[in-house]
Every structure is written in structure tokens, then in C-alpha cells.
Design a protein around this ligand. Sequence first.
Ligand SMILES: NC(=O)C1=CN([C@@H]2O[C@H](COP(=O)(O)OP(=O)(O)OC[C@H]3O[C@@H](n4cnc5c(N)ncnc54)[C@H](OP(=O)(O)O)[C@@H]3O)[C@@H](O)[C@H]2O)C=CC1
Ligand SMILES: O=C(O)[C@H](O)COP(=O)(O)O
Length: 503
Amino acid sequence: MAGTGLFAEILDGDVYKYYADGEWKKSSSAKTVAIINPTTRKTQYKVQACTQEEVNKVMESAKTAQKSWAKTPLWKRAELLHKAAAILKEHKAPIAECLVKEIAKPAKDAVTEVVRSGDLVSYTAEEGVRILGEGKFLVSDSFPGNERTKYCLTSKIPLGVILAIPPFNYPVNLAVSKIAPALIAGNSLVLKPPTQGAVSALHMVHCFHLAGFPKGLISCVTGKGSEIGDFLTMHPGVNCISFTGGDTGIAISKKAGMVPLQMELGGKDACIVLEDADLDLVAANIIKGGFSYSGQRCTAVKVVLVMESVADVLVDKVKAKIAKLTVGPPEDDCDITPVVSESSANFIEGLVKDAKEKGATFCQEYKRDGNLIWPLLLDNVRPDMRIAWEEPFGPVLPVIRINSIEEGIHHCNASNFGLQGCVFTKDVNRAILISDAMETGTVQINSAPARGPDHFPFQGLKDSGIGSQGVTNSINMMTKIKSTVINLPTPSYTMGNGGHSKL
Ligand SMILES: NC(=O)C1=CN([C@@H]2O[C@H](COP(=O)(O)OP(=O)(O)OC[C@H]3O[C@@H](n4cnc5c(N)ncnc54)[C@H](OP(=O)(O)O)[C@@H]3O)[C@@H](O)[C@H]2O)C=CC1
Ligand SMILES: O=C(O)[C@H](O)COP(=O)(O)O
């Protein structure tokens, strides 16, 4: 159970501690932040509200710990990460329990998130050993005007202290997707978990603690982003920020100093459906893409752009599948569970009301009970409706009927987001042309958008992000190239087989 057994040391009374200098601590603020269970809408957990002074101390320890960590052999760093991954997977049940209670993730998906996270950590350890174990050797005579007098050796070096800020919807997976690449590359890491999801993240951090990482190398400070966020992101001790979340990321990008940024922000992923598409496949993917975790995925299908000639059939197929979705508490592993907060539910309701006033066709009756919103398909949505452009982050999906592929591409590209998109057609040649025309970081052909598998590159254009994630890209992003150039007094050329140079 959460907060018991091996995890008892992370709890003080009914308040979870924060993690600094290899120890679980109470904040001197004596203040706590409540985590509201989205299903009961009552306080489920409490975490420490860390102070700026505590953040300063964490940054100092992170800096010191990083210096020794960078001198730890790569294979040893990998060994510790493998150990943490195993501990994480072994304790999937209590961590999944927190995900269910804090963010209303359906029970089975919660377990999947923890297992996937363990796998991600192990994969990153393996990948890091390979890619960080290699550098480059360049010779000068390939550039015009140069003799072969310079040998350039390059290697990847750590950046220093990485600040990781994940969002509520994958508080474990999107935390380890930052922690593991940072550590394998020789960096230290400061985690600021999302408030909803903080206790899952603290349990996950304890797995790293149990694996035996050096003191100060990993820390986890809790508190509201609106209160300690700016202090963290503008802290002079931070050498890189890896953030996943909403528009907050745009504000951080403007405030952060001259440090590398990895930003994975929102999306309005379009699903373009051509006349020749396999409509059963499309309907299944719209359900999976649009409604899994109640639409609270950045990569959720957030608008369907379907050719008018097949729209009626597709809408009927999707309606039939929506009727079979189970709606209720995450503990029962329902398909549709309460959205993360009351303010989120209110926001979604605002989009629904706006669509109603402007004449969208409701394929189901709109129904809400607390934070629980029943799945809703809105047909005949037009560009003047907010739902055509804004991401609900909830189980409400708009359908826009189009009369040409160009119209679909135009809608997709007019969005300020550019995360992913998908196209359904049996004509692979047309699919490639459409993929090239869509201004998004990834296009899926004949499947719903998705970030995973976690080693695939994952990136957004426009307001959807800066840089690229995925195991390899994150490791590279959290390193810098260092060159050492050997200068020879005279040019030296190798003769290869059959000759020898005169010394
Ligand atoms: N592209 C991607 O990979 C993903 C994008 N998203 C996007 O994230 C949004 C939903 O997630 P949500 O968690 O609500 O996003 P938010 O942007 O609200 O929060 C993300 C994180 O930022 C923290 N935060 C809040 N304010 C600040 C601040 N001033 N400085 C630093 N950190 C701060 C939050 O902490 P606290 O919780 O304490 O406020 C949280 O940890 C959606 O827009 C979604 O599309 C989500 C997942 C993946
Ligand atoms: O927040 C998100 O939506 C995730 O980054 C998406 O991950 P998934 O596509 O693997 O669910």
C-alpha cells in the first residue's frame, strides 16, 4: 500500500515528505499542499510546500553531487539505473494506487504507466552506454585549405543540473523520461512534480533512493507550480530545463535564462479520414486516440476531419463504440473516469456550451457529475466554435466534415499547435503527401497519434514545443559536445596497406 512498508519513511503523519540530500525531509515552511482526489473531490494526500531556501539548498547539493557523478564510470551509472528500474517495477502496485487516487487514472493503465516507466529507465541505461561510449574523430584536411595537421576528438559531456517538470497526466512516466537520460549522461536532477501526481512521483523517487544513488544527485521538491515554479525555472543553478505541460511552458521559455530547453506542450492532434479509409479501423482508433484516459493525453485525437462522403458512416460507427465505453471510478477500471480537477471539468463544459450555442450536433446527451464527464462526440463542428481549435483535455471530441484533402490540411495547419496528427487511407502515396503537408512533429499513418514506444522521437512544432524527446534525443539533449584538438607540427597521413610514411 502507498506510504506503508518500504514507503513508510516518505510519510510524516499524513503529510508526504520531500527528498533532498538523500533524505526524506519536512519543510521548514510548516505548510502543506492538498492533493484532491478527482473522484471523491476530497483531500486524498498532502505534500510539503517547500521554501525558496530549501530550493537553494537542493540546487547547491545537486551541483556538488554532479561533479562526482560525472566521474562515475558509465557502466556503473547504468547499473544503478537498471537497479532503480527493477525496484520500480517490483513496487508497481502502491505507485499505481497513488495514480488512481491522485489523477483518476484507470487501475490497469496506472499499472501500465509504472511498468512502462521501469522499461524506459532500463532502455535509457542501455542506450546511454552505447551512445555516450562513442565520440567522433575528425581530421582537418577535409576542409578546403587545410593539411592533415589537426585531429579533433569529440565526446558528449553533461550539462550540470537538470530541472525536470512533468505534467499531471503521466507524473511517473514523464518524470523518468527526464530523470533517466539526465542521470546516464552524468547530470544531477531536481524534480518538481505536478501537484496532482506528486505522491506517485515521490514513491517513484523512493525507488531511486533505494537503488543507492549518491546523496544530492536526485532531489524532489514539492509545492505549487504557481508558487515555487518561477523561482525554480529562473534559478541560476539550473543548467537545463525539461518541461512537459501546457501554456506554462511558453511562459517558462520567456523567463528562463540562457539554458537549453526541452519543451513538450499541448496539442490539437487532427485525424484526417479519406474516402477510401478502413472505417472500422478509423472508428477503433478514434475511440482509443480520443477517449483513452478520458482524452487527457497531449497526443489524444482532438479533432476528426472526415470527408463528407464517408462522414455519416464513420460517425455511426464511433457512436456505437462510445455507447460501449464504461463510465465511472478509476478503481473499477472504467474507460472514462473523472477529469483531473473541477476547473478542468468547468473548462470542458465551457467548450461544450459554446458548441451547443453555435449549432454543433450532439451525438450523445451532455452529462456531467462532479468531475466525471460522459464521452461526447460533437458532429458538424464549424471553425467558428472554440472546440475546433482549443484542446479540451477531456472526453469530448469534435468532428468537422471536409470536402477536400486540402481543407483538412488547411485546418490542421491553421492551428497554433503542431504536435502530432494522423491520416487514414489505403493509398500510401497520398498518405505520404499528406504527412509531408501537415505541420506537426509526427504524423501517424493508419493509427492514432501516440508518444510511445518511448524510444521514438517525440516533438512538436509551433506552440507544441522546443526540441525533441524520446530516449536517444533526450540523452543527446542533456549533453553538450566537447572537443579536444591535437595539433601536429607537420601534416601526417596514413598510407594504409602497401606503403609506409617517412618519419
Ligand atoms: N506535449 C506533451 O508531451 C504533453 C503535453 N501536455 C500538456 O499539458 C497540459 C496539461 O497538463 P498540466 O499538468 O495541467 O500542465 P501545466 O502546464 O499546468 O503544469 C505542468 C507542470 O508545470 C508546473 N507549473 C505550473 N506553473 C509553473 C510555473 N510558473 N513554473 C514552473 N512550473 C510550473 C505544474 O505544477 P503544479 O501541478 O504544481 O501546478 C506541473 O508540474 C495540457 O495542455 C497538455 O496538452 C501534457 C502531457 C504531455
Ligand atoms: O501526455 C501525453 O499525452 C503523453 O506524452 C502521451 O503519451 P502516449 O501517447 O504514449 O499516451
